[in-house]
Design a protein around this ligand. Structure first.
Ligand code: ADE
Length: 230
């Protein structure tokens, strides 16, 4: 019964966790608060990281230090794959930092210089379990694909085209690859679950504001069912 970690970046993404987890302990460090308790009878530790890669990285390490044996991210993202509609879900096959760019030195976009791995693979067992859970909960509205992360809110067709064509992303957000890199550094299994709040194009800002709550709730339902299926 390894302890499962769950991270969301924004209040909307952890709100339902606050409502459903039976909390037994609270931990504070570096301005972050993590809660331990049970969800569907399983030990969990969860909390809000804040937005962006640095916040996600610090929160992930904090969670691993508290004994999380696996980590799942829950939240919203901008769709890059044209098959994806708002509300649809992406399960990470892997995560890449799209804003890591040392291309003047001859490194590929997304490649962390002098590091063996820059495309961090999600845990195969968690991905497979998530795929089955997604097929059951949201039939035909889930896909497994590459999650791209960067400290930028993407809101233009040109950016979508580059992230899709050059980097092969299914969706774009601002935390997953940071969590993934920290998990890779620690040998901790992870999976990122994201529900689409927008299409990262010219209407991204308006759609994000309109659909984030609903998308975040769908992501929670997914992660809750995933924890139940573990
Ligand atoms: N999260 C949700 N939508 C996003 C977007 N368009 N860009 C970056 N992160 C997001």
């Amino acid at each position: 019964n390894r302890k499962m970690g769950i991270i969301g970046a924004m209040s909307e993404e952890v709100e339902l966790l606050h409502r459903h987890v039976e909390v037994t302990q609270k931990h504070e460090k570096a301005g972050l608060t993590l809660y331990e308790g049970t969800l569907h009878g399983r030990d969990v530790v969860y909390g809000k990281s804040g937005v962006g890669k640095v916040n996600a990285a610090v929160c992930t390490q904090f969670m691993i230090d508290l004994g999380a044996g696996g980590i799942c991210f829950t939240g919203v993202a901008g769709a890059l794959d044209p098959e994806l509609e708002i509300g649809d879900l992406v399960i990470s096959s892997s995560c890449v930092q799209h804003d890591m760019d040392a291309s003047p030195l001859g490194f590929a976009r997304g490649e962390v210089p002098f590091q063996e791995v820059s495309d961090y693979a999600a845990d195969g067992t968690l991905v497979e379990l998530a795929r089955q859970t997604g097929e059951r909960l949201f039939p035909g509205r889930c896909l497994v694909g590459k999650v791209l992360s960067g400290d930028q809110f993407i809101a233009s067709r040109e950016s979508v085209q580059m992230l899709r064509e050059e980097m092969g992303g299914a969706c774009v957000e601002m935390e997953g690859a940071a969590l993934a890199q920290v998990c890779w550094m620690n040998g901790t299994p992870f999976v990122v679950i994201r529900s689409m709040s927008d299409k990262a194009d010219g209407s991204a800002q308006v759609n994000f504001e309109t659909f984030t709550q609903e998308a975040a709730d769908r992501s929670y339902r997914f992660v809750s069912a995933l924890v139940e299926a573990l």
